[in-house]
Write a protein that binds this ligand. Sequence first.
Ligand SMILES: *Cc1c(COP(=O)(O)O)cnc(C)c1O
Length: 380
Amino acid sequence: MTLAVPFHRPAITDADIAAVTDTLRSGWLTMGERVEAFEEALRDQTDAAHVVAVNSCTAALHLALVAHGVGPGDEVIVPTLTFAATGNVVEHVGARPVLVDVQAKTGNIDPAAVQAALTERTKAIIPVHFAGVPCDMHALLDLAADRDLALIEDAAHALGAEYRGTRVGAIGDATCFSFYATKNLTTGEGGAVALDAASVAERIRRLRLHGLSRDAWKRYGAGASWRYAIEDCGFKYNMTDLNAALGLSQLERFPAMQARRAEIVAKYDAAFARLRGVERPEVPADRESARHLYPLRVAAGNRDRFIERMAARGIGCSVHFIPLHLHPHYQDTYGYRHGDFPVAENWGEREVSLPLFPAMTDAEVEAVIAAVTEAVRGRA
Ligand SMILES: *Cc1c(COP(=O)(O)O)cnc(C)c1O
């Protein structure tokens, strides 16, 4: 009997639980002091001048597009190898997602493909730091500066990553993080925008709560004013103190959790270096990965069977991602077809994400390594 390992198990400690129950007893459940404290802690973590916490990375991306004036008639360049959210938010503002291919090595957006896709209507680029590895930001920053485009990063995988010594969060115009249950740091559900421009941050702050004037969330507190003004047509995207309490508690352990991810990745790398028939994830030398995923690539045509063999051994795997252009919505709406983006398709056919989470025990890591070795060699 081998050890079963789920794809993910959240790392929730007694301190996390106490932080949330303290909030439940505090008399204030929704957005309040804990959200402000979480934003402050995230500013430290990312080196960003401003952080606005919201209820998902999807909301963060949506608000970043709105606040950068992206709307109907505009085009936004998005890598096809990503999650649904990255493309959906572009349509939410009435713009058109223009899909481009990725780089073979990293699965990250290919700056040459971005350049080729630019038109007069291009308003923004949304690079995705796939698996936690930062994109080629120098090339993207140059393109964005030349054409006055907004560089809005989907950093759902990349809290803790660095590009040439600069933390992800302090590079582009706006960086969007996810604190979804499986991400490197979780608030259950949650997200944040990190950015430098004070005026844009102020607008996002307003837009996350119905467009109400700043601090309107305090209107139910003791001694607070009941008066508020609607200054913008906003959304209901605020984070709650319950979520922020969990995030703050997790953030204290973040360096330790990241260090544990690094240990697991080192074990995987060492074990799979000797294994024929798989490609390990690569991280360019000038960047530090957040190590959100361990995306192994197996032989084309073999991936689905590989996942079945892993499942038969009780090991949970996942796939990141089925490229957007292979989904019915993109094919029906924009006419994308199989064959349009061969590099992303190669990833989509061969990629399998192994379990990688800080709560994994050494025995679990060994069980995954043993199962991968057997599954690659084709023993069912
Ligand atoms: C998880 C994820 C998102 C969405 O994050 P939510 O917080 O669930 O909205 C966006 N982009 C990528 C690449 C993701 O993996």
